[in-house]
Design a protein around this ligand. Structure first.
Ligand SMILES: [Zn+2]
Length: 460
């Protein structure tokens, strides 16, 4: 966890991530992405869109609204079933998830063959807590209320009247937009099954569990791809998307393979044939960053039933009508960003008592690609401005003329800038600059006219 504390401090001091509304004492589990955070996040989203939507012949995109007709959430099961079982400690007034209490209790007791609370009913969970005298983790007393089901959706009211007819929810996942628009998407794009629809957007969950920095937040960004296929092909497609997810994390985001693993779901929904999480090894242990889910015909079938509108697909060659099977590839943007920071964070001893902090972020994902650094302040401003103008047309570029060149290199290392370009008096005569590489710290002299193509070549 030591590294996580260092990463949190670095994020705040260098402008990746700030605590939400900090001057008012913050708001639990909310964060704001600063100048570097927004660049990094945009790069991750662009890489995902490129890989899942643009490089796939039978893929299109969607940007659905956050607010949807509340019937959507009845059909999806979120109104009825998307809840946490919560118990209050009467002694210290803290609130806890019953499933977490049971799991943690069994861990501390080193119970052999522990019971999975997901398999217990509400009554059985209450009974477990009572008969085992499970103590409050906060005050150690054993004085619990009964379990109340606490829906995780944020509820609000539209218009001025607060009645049941005006209730709307902030979406708890982006996926439903792809499902309710299935017919619109298929007809307008004239897509034949199998095809898929990608979407990136915000989702909201009213969670009480505290979060390990940005790992668990109440507002977060999802990158979700819904693949519509036939029942016969669906398991093959599931395995294809499982592989594709790992390729995205490793080849496009730059996460190290040894820090990633798959974890099959312990229990499957009744409609699903398979489901797996992709997990990354954070400083606090393995945590989910995405998942591949076989969803059967559950989503479209349920919307067809509740809306009384057809969600069927008509096969143009055979005329067969059927409800497509869905394979979902879902990814948490904020969690992947946190994984990138944890994976990239390095402390290197480059001389005795000289530690350099360097974020070895994959260059194509890094917030800034290039830093323009005039070696001296006098007489180099015009040339440096010219160079910034040239480079910033192609790369996210930053400029720094304050302090010694060594200090400026270190500042760029700390934020993961892969290339520093130094201008000196010689530049004015030979029209060449020095590129300094972040990871190797090697330097090379390059003609300004070749600079853009040289950096492009290194940007993978
Ligand atoms: Zn208590």
């Amino acid at each position: 966890m030591e590294n996580l504390d260092k990463i949190i401090a670095l994020c705040k001091s260098r402008g990746f991530i700030f605590p939400g509304s900090e001057i008012y004492g913050g708001l639990a589990n909310t964060w704001d992405y600063g100048p570097l955070g927004v660049e990094l996040k945009n790069n991750i989203k662009a890489a995902w869109w490129q890989y899942f939507v643009r490089e796939c012949k039978n893929s299109v995109g969607l940007d659905g609204g956050i607010l949807m007709n509340p019937s959507v959430w009845v059909a999806s099961g979120h109104v009825g079933g998307f809840s946490d079982p919560l118990m209050d400690c009467k002694a210290c007034k803290t609130r806890h998830r019953a499933d977490n209490l049971i799991n943690n209790f069994q861990k501390t007791q080193k119970t052999k063959n522990p019971i999975d609370p997901d398999t217990l009913s509400v009554n059985q969970m209450e009974e477990f807590v009572a008969t085992n005298k499970v103590p409050c983790p906060h005050c150690a007393k054993q004085d619990w209320t009964g379990i109340r089901q606490f829906n995780l959706m944020f509820k609000t009211n539209r218009g001025v009247v607060e009645d049941s007819a005006s209730v709307v929810y902030l979406r708890p996942e982006t996926a439903q937009s792809q499902f309710v628009n299935f017919t619109n998407l298929q007809r307008t794009s004239r897509l034949k099954i199998p095809f898929g629809v990608g979407q990136i957007g915000k989702a909201f969950r009213n969670e009480i569990t505290p979060g390990n920095f940005t790992f668990r937040t109440i507002e977060f960004e999802q990158m979700e791809y819904q693949h519509f296929t036939t029942d016969e092909k669906s398991l093959d497609d599931y395995h294809m998307f499982k592989t594709k997810a790992m390729e995205f994390y490793i080849d496009r985001v730059g996460l190290r393979k040894e820090n990633l693993r798959f974890k099959d779901h312990a229990t499957l929904c009744h409609y699903a044939k398979a489901a797996v999480d992709a997990e990354f090894l954070f400083p606090f242990g393995f945590g989910e960053i995405g998942g591949t889910h076989h969803r059967g015909t559950h989503d479209l079938g349920s919307h067809q039933k509740c809306s009384c509108k057809s969600c069927e697909y008509v096969d143009p060659s055979t005329g067969d009508r059927f409800i497509p099977t869905v394979v979902e590839s879902s990814h948490g943007c904020d969690r992947i960003l946190l994984a990138v920071l944890c994976d990239a964070y390095n402390e290197e001893e480059i001389a005795k008592d000289d530690i350099r902090v360097v974020l070895k972020i994959k260059p194509s994902i890094a917030p800034y690609k290039v830093a323009v650094l005039p070696l001296q302040k006098k007489g180099l401003t015009n040339k440096s401005d010219e160079l910034f103008a040239q480079l910033s047309k192609n790369f996210s570029t930053t400029y720094d003329d304050a302090g010694s060149i060594g200090k400026r290199y270190r500042r760029q290392d700390e934020i993961g800038t892969p290339f520093c370009v130094t201008i000196d008096y010689e530049t004015l005569e030979d029209n060449a600059v020095t590129i300094r590489h972040r990871d190797s710290m090697k330097q090379e002299r390059v003609k300004i006219k070749d600079l853009t193509t040289t950096i492009q070549k290194y940007l993978v």
